[in-house]
Write a protein that binds this ligand. Structure first.
Ligand code: PLP
Length: 491
């Protein structure tokens, strides 16, 4: 018999007996073909149950979302969009895609939603090409009086290709929290666009909008990208749009990290990107708590360009994942989700305050959103050492560069902590304060190994075993009070 859900279990991850039977039966079926995969699936849920997950980009999807993904839509090709497919027999996919898009539009108040992107990176690629299509390709076609790129002469086509490759993007710098896909060289965006970055004021750690405006005036980008993966404060999207308009740029916001806070109406007014940006991209699996995937929202004028995502840059739609997106968006439209989003932010504040009270150093001195960026250099550690030592004690975080990081992007000087997952699990502000204490204990108990040259290692460290075991035991006890997926018993 599966364990009964305890009283403090959040309804979100609690599985009904029917869901438990469904998961168990599915694993039995898989086990008959490849038992090692069934075992790995079972082991993964146990690992997730056992870890104190502070990865800011992760969450726990509901049984309904997880179950909606394993079905026959996986077998179907559905290139095209609702009602305009390049394949026959797509009426059920149309139902799924239309519903997911309708929920998304309602949830975010968007004019148009494109729910096909397979991930956040794919959503960004769709957005970049949509803007290029609208602002570079369409005018070139009009000039040549052509309807389609295939109608262009060789000369006009060569010129258009040159123009497409000659555009500019302005995005947030990586060390102040931007994402690799916002025009950086290791990503295709950096190879497609000439890029410049804006950053934060070294004194406050906040986005320096005056400096950003000056850079935008001088650089005149085609696309101004806002959004981040490691900035712990709010972004003023009204101001961003004002700057974009002034220099003739399209404002694109990548809300991959904070989409759940927008959906949950914690970020409103100037801090809600949807009314201000022409185009907004997101993942669906981070704070939004859906299946692993991506999405693009946009103004009506961009819709036809966005809808060319597949086959422009995307493979055929994952219709089974679109089904799960529809379920997740329906969940996020419920009032409980607003309560969840509010608690995510409350918990992040409590975690930040707990660390500060114990002498911790935080980038920007705190947080307004779901994440905290702790600067661990005061402990004489790199982010890599802090991340590894915390993991030894059962606390899962990820290292992250801090602004002007002397240790670069690999070793870093920071650790990023986020509350979306633990909040889903039901932990609250009292637990966050205790977790801040556990983190502080580990960081104080970790010492870098000194190399023969006398220089401290950036990777090796020692951590007192008794201290490590004490923290691991306490974090396990803490988690035991907030069971994950109660009702599911795969043993
Ligand atoms: N955009 C931002 C701001 C992100 O933080 C991430 C992932 O961490 C992505 C895009 C990429 O998302 P995905 O891993 O789903 O491609």
């Amino acid at each position: 018999m599966p364990a009964q859900a305890p009283e403090n279990a959040t309804p979100h991850t609690t599985a009904s007996p029917a869901a438990n039977t469904a998961f168990r039966s599915a694993l039995d079926v898989v086990r008959q073909v490849e038992p090692r995969i069934a075992d790995a699936i079972g082991a993964e849920v146990e690992d997730q149950r056992a870890s104190l997950k502070l990865i800011a980009s992760e969450n726990y999807a509901s049984p309904a979302v997880l179950l909606a993904m394993g079905n026959w839509f996986s077998d179907k090709y559905a290139e095209g969009t609702v009602g305009r497919r390049f394949y026959a027999g797509c009426r059920n996919v149309d139902t799924v895609e239309a519903l997911a898009a309708e929920h998304a539009r309602e949830l975010f108040g968007a004019q148009h939603a494109y729910v096909q992107p397979h991930s956040g990176i794919d959503a960004n690629l769709v957005a970049f090409w949509a803007v290029l299509s609208q602002r570079v390709e369409s005018p070139a076609l009009a000039r040549a009086q052509a309807r389609h790129v295939n109608d262009l002469t060789e000369q006009d086509w060569a010129q258009l290709r040159q123009e497409l490759g000659n555009q500019r993007m302005l995005g947030m710098s990586l060390d102040t929290g931007g994402h690799l896909t916002h025009g950086f060289r290791p990503n295709i965006s950096g190879k497609m666009f000439e890029q410049r970055s804006y950053g934060t004021d070294p004194a406050t750690g906040l986005i320096d909008y005056d400096a950003l405006r000056a850079t935008a005036r001088e650089f005149r980008p085609l696309i101004l990208v806002a959004g981040y993966s490691a900035y712990p404060r709010l972004v003023n999207f009204r101001l961003m749009r004002e700057i974009a308009d002034e220099v003739g740029a399209t404002l694109m916001v990548d809300m991959a990290h904070f989409a759940g806070l927008v959906a949950g109406k914690v970020l409103t007014g100037d801090f809600d990107p949807v009314p201000h940006a022409q185009i907004v991209t997101t993942t669906t699996h981070k704070s939004l708590r859906g299946p692993r995937g991506g999405m693009v929202l946009c103004e009506s004028e961009l819709a036809e360009h966005v809808d060319r995502g597949c086959p422009m840059v995307l493979g055929g739609p994952l219709s089974h994942v679109m089904a799960a997106k529809a379920v997740a968006f329906a969940e996020a439209r419920r009032p409980e989700f607003q309560d969840y989003a509010r608690r995510v932010v409350e918990n992040a504040s409590a975690l930040a305050e707990g660390l500060l009270r114990r002498g911790g150093k935080l980038v920007t001195g705190g947080t307004d959103n779901h994440l905290v960026l702790a600067d661990v250099s005061g402990h004489g550690l790199t982010g890599r050492q802090a991340e590894a030592a915390l993991l030894d004690a059962g606390i899962v975080t990820n290292r992250n560069a801090v602004p002007q990081d002397p240790n670069g992007a690999w070793y870093t000087s920071g650790v990023r902590l986020g509350t979306p997952a633990l909040t889903t699990r039901g932990l609250g502000v009292a637990e966050m304060d205790e977790i801040a204490g556990l983190i502080d204990t580990v960081l104080r108990g970790t010492t870098p190994v000194t190399a023969a040259s006398g220089a401290p290692s950036k990777a090796q460290y020692t951590l007192d075993e008794a201290l490590r075991d004490g923290v691991a035991k306490r974090s396990a006890d803490l988690l035991a009070g907030f069971p994950l997926y109660p009702g599911i018993d795969l043993a």
